[in-house]
Design a binder for this molecule. Structure first.
Ligand SMILES: [Mn+2]
Length: 328
């Protein structure tokens, strides 16, 4: 049931032991939201543990608080009275984290447009740039004091989900909350360096192979490329090494929709959509069983043939562009 943030805060005040769960294939906002909420609740006097039932990319490890996040095994005997799911638009996004749930989640906190609510109390507002922004407001409403470590892990989510303060979701709130986190001791340079400057040589080689597959269509408005399973294997990479690729495709002048197809593992196609100005790519992702935001979304198709999926998704995306061209 969708409720106001105040109702979420009242519910949190009643809890004694909390389990915070994030989504699989964790991004900066997910990692930040899990760790920040966990650490903040502990400061508030509530026992708390944070869980992500997936591998956390290595380059986040030096950000304060990330090492506090536990895996599934470590928490299977953890007894809690309140579960909080963060940054997940639906329950399947938490993967095996769901095995820790006794019933449906007590609280969910999210900002994905496609979220239809799956907890007892749901707060989801797509006007929030990051779930970490929601977490920031909860911390402030509970009167929890920031220390530099807590400020740093909170800023990670705001910085990453806004593309380091450059996406269209970068609003006044983002700047003002971030300013206050920097004031409390968060180091934006440390976060930026960890997240943006960790490329490896094999990753750059994979990127150059991906560029060879790049197609630009619809008068330059649609650009797509792929990374096949064979390409990943040949370069000794996993899908984790494709992190910034779709953003690079979107950066082409004139492109409105950028799509990256990644085959990983074999016969599973993971698709990332990005748009620049006017197409709602969450609708395209939703059509193929995924979800996300207006400017960034994704879906995953199992038992799929890469080229076959590319054909279908590119057709649907052209349709989305043309519909928009007619209506605008
Ligand atoms: Mn997010």
């Amino acid at each position: 049931m969708f409720v106001k943030l105040e109702d979420i805060i009242e519910r949190i005040k009643k809890s004694k032991k909390v389990l915070v769960i994030g989504h699989i294939k964790p991004d900066g906002d997910d990692i930040s939201s899990v760790a920040t909420l966990t650490l903040a609740l502990r400061k508030y006097g509530i026992e708390a543990e944070g869980c992500i039932a997936d591998h956390i990319p290595w380059f986040y490890k030096d950000i304060n608080g990330v090492s506090e996040i536990r895996g599934l095994e470590e928490l299977k005997d953890y007894d809690y009275d309140t579960s909080i799911i963060v940054d997940a638009s639906e329950i399947s996004r938490i993967g095996d984290g769901a095995l820790l749930l006794k019933k449906r989640p007590d609280i969910t906190l999210d900002h994905h447009k496609t979220n239809e609510g799956f907890g007892e109390l749901d707060f989801c507002d797509p006007s929030y740039a990051a779930t970490a922004v929601i977490v920031y407001e909860i911390i402030n409403k509970l009167g929890i004091e920031y220390d530099p470590a807590l400020a740093e892990i909170n800023l990670l989510g705001i910085a990453t989900d806004t593309g380091f303060f450059k996406y269209s979701n970068t609003d006044v709130k983002v700047f003002s909350y971030s300013a206050s986190l920097v004031e409390k001791g968060a180091n934006i340079q440390k976060i930026a360096s960890a997240v943006l400057e960790h490329k490896t040589l094999k990753e750059l080689k994979l990127f150059s192979e991906m560029l060879n597959t790049l197609s630009v269509e619809e008068n330059g408005k649609l650009a797509w490329a792929y990374v096949s399973y064979e390409m990943l294997e040949r370069n000794n990479c996993t899908d984790e090494e494709t992190g910034g690729f779709v953003g690079e495709i979107r950066s082409i002048y004139g492109v409105e929709i950028a799509i990256l197809f990644i085959e990983w593992p074999k016969n599973q196609v993971n698709i990332s959509f990005r748009s620049k100005n006017y197409v709602d790519v969450s609708e395209i992702a939703k059509y193929f069983g995924g979800g996300g935001h207006i400017r960034a979304s994704g879906c995953s198709i199992k038992d799929a043939d890469l080229m076959d999926i590319i054909g279908k998704v590119v057709d649907k995306s052209k349709e989305a562009l043309r519909v928009k061209a007619v209506s605008s």
